[in-house]
Design a protein around this ligand. Structure first.
Ligand SMILES: *[C@@H]1O[C@H](CO)[C@@H](O)[C@H](O)[C@H]1NC(C)=O
Length: 405
């Protein structure tokens, strides 16, 4: 009996520290706005800065601010976010649906003191109900496309799957700008990039997990499913390792070029086999970002790319293609550390139903993201749902492998 107990104990040891988090795939804010015919009005009327200035007065004078002046600042945009997972904060646990975002480093959820419209239809953190809550009181701000999200810092017990992180720094938002958060299917964001990108003091969630020895390896991996229907089986985040059942063949590793975003060098981008961007001596930069839905690039390049595809711009910055022409659209191929990653039209075109029509958009969008190594492309979910992706903080590299079909 003793022997059996020992064996069982060791089995538990072996699997401890590798945790599967199922991901949900749900409609994006953009598709909800489109379905209700509000997308154009929304894009036109987006003037939330007035609210932001007004709200600033709610913070007492002398409140210490963590809002940094930074030269590189990503304009976080979760209009197209579609993969979410569940975490909990506090004791007893309060559940939140979050975007696991490799393109940012902060954790925040709505506060029960939040008065923004966006907070009313989301889970709100009730500090007064938790016995593990530690008040901090510093102010944080994160800039989004539609204004600056603001809140108060605190520390809490965070649970992600079976992993319990003690004293995790996080933000409780008391002001959420713009209308896009109102329609969002998520309550908050859990950033998985490097500490350097954090707007908040303290360690990002995965850094806490590493410091508190809660993960077997300093690695996490994403599988984002392409299932056409929205479901609770939208993919998987594996914390602490790599899920070998989800990919085949070798992993192609790409070194991280700057430890802030998950930023890497990107080689030639080909359109139908022809070198079109990022060729020659100077590689491009790309960030690998689960929190961005599309593939983004500098405005000039994206404009040319759409000319090559034969897509037509709309008034809201999207590009339309003829749904009947899919088979004649070119393959777009990205090169990372010498390995080519082709994305076919079937993969980069998004189909949406509007009334009784089906409309088709490309999965490419213009975003001018500047980094210390120059303008950067963003490899978002359109790319990441084609390949298994592995984020290795131990060796500072990102790995890609063929998904098992
Ligand atoms: C939080 O989520 C867990 C796991 O899904 C569930 O068992 C629990 O009942 C939820 N708690 C609340 C308060 O909804």
């Amino acid at each position: 009996m003793r022997g059996t107990a020992l064996v069982l104990f060791c089995c538990v040891c072996a699997v401890q520290g590798i945790v599967r988090i199922p991901l949900l795939r749900l409609p994006t804010v953009r598709s909800q706005l489109r379905a209700s015919n509000r997308l154009e009005t929304f894009m036109r009327d987006h003037q939330p800065d007035i609210f932001q200035r007004t709200y600033m007065q709610c913070f007492p004078p002398g409140t210490q601010s963590l809002v940094k002046g930074r030269s590189i600042e990503k304009l976080y945009n979760f209009m197209d976010a579609q993969y979410f997972g569940q975490v909990s904060l506090g004791t007893p646990a309060q559940n939140f649906t979050v975007v696991f975002d490799t393109g940012s480093s902060d954790l925040w959820v709505p506060s029960s003191y939040c008065v923004s419209q966006a907070c009313y239809n989301h889970q709100q953190f009730k500090a007064f109900e938790s016995s593990t809550y530690v008040h901090d009181g510093k102010v944080f701000g994160i800039r989004y496309g539609s204004g600056r999200l603001m809140g108060i810092m605190a520390k809490e017990l965070l649970k992600v799957g079976s992993i319990a992180v003690k004293n995790q720094e996080f933000g409780e938002s008391v002001f959420e700008p713009g209308f896009s958060f109102v329609m969002a299917k998520f309550d908050g964001i859990l950033g998985l990039a490097y500490p350097d990108l954090a707007e908040e003091l303290g360690a990002p969630v995965f850094d806490s997990m590493m410091m508190q020895n809660l993960v077997e390896q300093p690695i996490f991996s994403f599988y984002l499913s392409k299932s056409k229907t929205y479901s609770t089986q939208g993919g998987e985040l594996l914390l602490g390792g790599i899920d070998e059942s989800l990919y085949t063949g070798p992993i192609n590793w790409v070194p991280v070029s700057i430890h802030s975003y998950w930023q890497i060098n990107m080689g030639t981008v080909k359109v139908q086999g022809v070198d079109s961007f990022c060729y020659g001596s100077k590689p491009c930069q790309a960030i690998v970002d689960t929190g961005t839905s599309l593939i983004a690039g500098p405005t000039n390049e994206i404009t040319i790319l759409h000319e090559l595809i034969g897509a037509t711009p709309t008034s809201v910055g999207e590009y339309l293609v003829d749904c009947q022409r899919m088979s004649s659209l070119p393959v777009v191929t990205f090169t990372l550390n010498g390995v080519e990653y082709p994305i076919s039209a079937e993969s980069y075109v998004r189909r949406e139903v509007l009334g009784d029509r089906e409309i088709c958009f490309t999965g490419f969008t213009a975003v001018d993201l500047t980094t210390p190594m120059g303008p950067s492309w963003i490899l978002g979910d359109v790319f990441l749902s084609e390949y298994y992706s592995i984020f290795d903080r131990g060796q500072n590299r990102v790995g890609f492998a063929q998904l098992r079909r």
